[in-house]
Every structure is written in structure tokens, then in C-alpha cells.
Write a protein that binds this ligand. Structure first.
Ligand code: MV4
Length: 454
């Protein structure tokens, strides 16, 4: 059983893992780029090591550098966080082969879920409802592709097996566009993912994005921790997430959750994971599984009281989950606003030095951030500077607490999306809930924008 954890990540999630390690009495080892030497995770970790320059390809994405650092520090395990190498099966396998524990599922399960065709086949076989589509990858035969699309019914969406998260996909409205779309997507997929395999699905035109959080140990236990609605997004970047999902019967979520937990056992899952679904016309359809801890995990933690990162680490250490499904009793509602260092109207990145940083507080408020006055937002990485999470006994109370917290939040030196979130928490579609994945882009196209600040 390991007692040291190397964190192969940065920013708020590195800090989240350092905190979990300290709370568990484990030694934390931060690795960082030259740009991140002065960050909070580096300061708070028991040990820290610089592994390369600012460019992620030579630091946070370098398997060689990370494994060399693990050897040098005698780290016994690696937590990958989210993004970077967190869902890279080759990385997980290299960690396993080096004799360390990868804090996540076994590398072969990451590989199975990383190929969206094999992931869907595994979920179909495990009884999870899937989007109607081709059975497996397209063969390359044009007549066969046309027959599949015709039987699904247009519009369809062509997706790359190696894609995911919105990369490598193309909507096709009619048969006349199909073969060009396949050729273009195949070329992109070969280039971007080194895998030209494609599949076809029915294109759902107004779905919600609803996901199920799961946790599994290596003793045959798998649990589901409720649903999150992540429909408020722009260009595949989520802005706001909440739990539970508004207007969906708890019995429906329970049925889906049980199907996900069963699927975890069938695929040999271990650790934290998320099943992504599209929800349209009262039906759930599986699209992808994420085999990592997600940015939005705190909304589930707030509603269930379960420390997901702690459980993730403990199951990697071989311990059983600290609770059972019947212990999972959701309380109230939680909402998360992702605050980015971006202009709140143009979404242009806004790196630089933070000169003022005053965070909100009060009942039900949680701030996950690596920022402080004097900290710098680097232009080299994702612009997330804080996650503001509000919990309440009802959605209305959570939203009211969120509005109060957003009003208190003061940042100077950089632009942030706080003003956008203030406006979103007043937008009628958002306050009503149950909007689809196109809601924000529709609002923005109709001129929705935050008020100019004095
Ligand atoms: C879809 C879809 C509609 N129909 N698949 C984009 C991200 C990736 N996880 C899957 N995505 C989609 N797949 C079918 N069959 C619409 C999207 C989609 C989307 C999904 C979730 C959240 C935001 C989205 C934004 C645009 C498109």
C-alpha cells in the first residue's frame, strides 16, 4: 500500500490532490514546469520537483520526464488529475510497468474507454442505453455507410473512435453530404488521434448533457453518486454544472445510476469515473465515459458529502470504498461556476498578475482555486482560475447563495468571467433550469452579455 503520491498536474486540481494527501497522512510530491514554481500546490506539497519548461509538451505531457521524476523522488503512485495525461492509456501503462500505482482505472480499461467504438460496445453489452448508431466502426465501404446512415435516419453525426470531448466529429444533414464528411473526418482523425476509425450516430438536435458520477474499488464494489447537468457550455467548454439534474425524476436517475454501477463491475473499473449521456425527450443515451476525476466533481461532493478524491486515492491503495450505496443520500442542490481568466464578453484569454483577489464565503459556499493576490495566470495553460460552488437545501437557495458569492468575489489585474456568471444567474432560462446544450450559444447570439462594470 503506497504512502506517497506524485501529482502530475497543476493549478487548482493539483492543490485539491495535495490537500487530500495531507488529510490522509500521505506524502505529496508536486512536479511542475518552470512557469509554475511559485504556485500554491508547489508550496503546500511535501516535496516539489521542476520537470521542464512552461510548454506542456516538455513538462506536464512528458511521460519520460514524469517517470524520471518519480524514480528520483521514489514516488510510489501518480495522480494524473484531469486533462494532460489523465486519460492516456500509454501513460497509465508506463506507470504500471515502472512498478508504481496509477491513481485511476487499470490502463487496459482506459484504453477500452478511450476508443469510443469499443466503449460504446462495452456499454451496450452491459445494458447501458446508447445513442442509436452504427454497430462498431465503419468498414470503409461507401454503400455500407450510406445504408447505415439511411437506416439511422438523418441528421446523423460522424465521429472519430479516437476523439471525444467534442473533437473529431461532423454533423451530416443529408446523404449528399455523407461521403465528403466521412473523408474529411477520417483525415482529421488519422492526423489528430493516429486512428482513422469512424462511427455514425443519430444526431440529437436539442439534448441536455447529463452525467453520472461513479466510484469503484478492487473488492467488487461500485456505486453511483447521482447525476450532474452540464448543459451550460460554449464550444465544448462547460461554464456551469449542477446536481441534481432539474426536472428528471429521481427514479429515472436511480435506474441509470444502477446500470452505470453494474457496467463498472463488468469492465473491471476502479476509481472515480463519469458516464456521459445525452438526455432528450425523456431518454438517456450514452456517448462517452471519462476515466478521470472531473473538473465539476465538487457539485457531487457537496450534495452527497463524499470526498471523491479521497476515495479515489484510497481505492488505488487497495482499500474498499468507505461507504455503500445505501449510505449515499443526496442532500439539497449544488451549482458550480467555472471562473476563467478571460474577457467576460469576448472570451479572449486574459493572463497576467492578479493584484487583488478577495474570495466569497458564508454558508454553503466553497471556492476551489490556486489563485491569490500576487499570483500569475500563465498564458501557457487552461485559463481556469477558480471554481465557485454553492450548496443549498433547494436549487433556489443554492442559486441565491451563488448570486451573493459572485457579488462578493473581487479580482483585479486580470479579466475574469465573474461578470458573465452574475448575468447567467439572472438569465430566465438558467434560473428556470432544464435548458439544452445550445442554450448559452443561443443566448449569446441573441445579444445576451454581462453589464458593463463602473
Ligand atoms: C452528440 C451530439 C448530438 N448527437 N452526439 C460533443 C462533445 C462530445 N462529448 C459529444 N458531443 C456531442 N455528441 C450525438 N449523437 C451533440 C454533442 C454536443 C455536445 C454534447 C455535450 C455537451 C456539449 C455539446 C456541444 C455540442 C455538441
Amino acid at each position: 500500500m503506497f504512502d506517497s503520491v506524485m501529482i502530475a498536474n497543476r493549478g487548482e486540481i493539483a492543490l485539491r490532490v495535495v490537500r487530500a494527501c495531507r488529510t490522509l497522512g500521505l506524502t505529496s510530491i508536486a512536479i511542475h514546469s518552470e512557469a509554475d514554481s511559485g504556485t500554491r500546490a508547489v508550496a503546500l506539497a511535501d516535496r516539489a520537483l521542476c520537470i521542464g519548461p512552461a510548454a506542456a509538451a516538455k513538462s506536464y505531457l512528458s511521460i519520460d520526464h514524469i517517470l524520471a521524476a518519480a524514480k528520483l523522488t521514489q514516488a510510489q503512485s501518480i495522480h494524473p488529475g484531469y486533462g494532460f495525461l489523465s486519460e492516456n492509456a500509454d501513460f497509465a501503462e508506463a506507470v504500471e510497468k515502472a512498478g508504481l500505482t496509477f491513481i485511476g482505472p487499470p490502463s487496459h480499461v482506459i484504453r477500452l474507454m478511450g476508443d469510443k467504438v469499443s466503449a460504446k460496445q462495452a456499454m451496450q453489452a452491459a445494458g447501458v442505453p446508447c445513442v442509436v448508431g452504427s454497430e462498431g466502426a465503419l468498414s470503409g465501404d461507401a454503400d455500407e455507410a450510406r445504408a447505415i446512415a439511411r437506416s439511422i435516419g438523418y441528421p446523423v453525426i460522424v465521429k472519430a473512435a479516437g476523439g471525444g470531448g467534442g473533437r473529431g466529429m461532423r454533423v451530416v444533414q443529408s446523404e449528399s453530404e455523407l461521403m465528403d464528411a466521412i473523408a474529411l473526418t477520417r483525415e482529421e482523425a488519422a492526423r489528430a488521434f493516429g486512428n482513422p476509425a469512424l462511427y455514425i450516430e443519430k444526431f440529437l438536435q436539442h439534448p441536455r448533457h447529463v452525467e453520472i458520477q461513479v466510484l469503484a474499488d478492487s473488492h467488487g464494489n461500485a456505486v453511483w453518486l447521482g447525476a450532474r447537468d452540464c448543459s451550460l457550455q460554449r464550444r465544448n467548454q462547460k461554464l456551469v454544472e449542477e446536481s441534481p439534474a432539474v426536472g428528471i425524476a429521481p427514479e429515472e436517475i436511480q435506474k441509470l445510476g444502477e446500470q452505470c454501477a453494474r457496467a463498472c463491475l463488468e469492465i473491471g473499473y476502479r476509481g472515480a469515473g463519469t458516464f456521459e449521456f445525452l438526455y432528450e425527450d425523456g431518454h438517456f443515451a450514452f456517448i462517452e465515459m471519462n476515466t478521470r476525476v472531473q473538473v465539476e466533481h465538487p457539485v457531487t461532493e457537496m450534495v452527497t458529502g463524499i470526498d471523491i478524491v479521497r476515495e479515489q486515492i484510497e481505492v488505488a491503495r487497495g482499500k474498499p470504498l468507505s461507504f455503500t450505496q445505501s449510505d449515499v443520500v443526496p442532500h439539497g442542490h449544488a451549482i458550480e461556476c467555472r471562473i476563467n481568466a478571460e474577457d467576460p464578453r469576448s472570451f479572449t484569454p486574459s493572463p497576467g498578475e492578479v493584484t487583488r483577489w478577495i474570495v466569497p464565503g458564508g454558508p454553503g459556499i466553497r471556492v476551489e482555486s490556486h489563485m491569490h493576490a500576487g499570483a500569475t495566470v500563465s498564458p501557457h495553460y487552461d485559463s481556469l482560475v477558480a471554481k465557485l460552488i454553492a450548496h443549498g437545501s433547494t436549487r433556489q437557495e443554492a442559486m441565491a447563495r451563488m448570486r451573493t458569492a459572485l457579488a462578493e468575489f473581487e479580482v483585479q489585474g486580470i479579466h475574469t468571467t465573474i461578470a458573465l456568471h452574475r448575468a447567467l444567474m439572472e438569465e430566465p432560462g438558467v434560473t428556470e433550469g432544464g435548458f439544452d446544450i445550445h442554450h448559452l450559444e443561443r443566448c449569446l447570439a441573441a445579444g445576451f452579455t454581462p453589464k458593463e462594470q463602473a
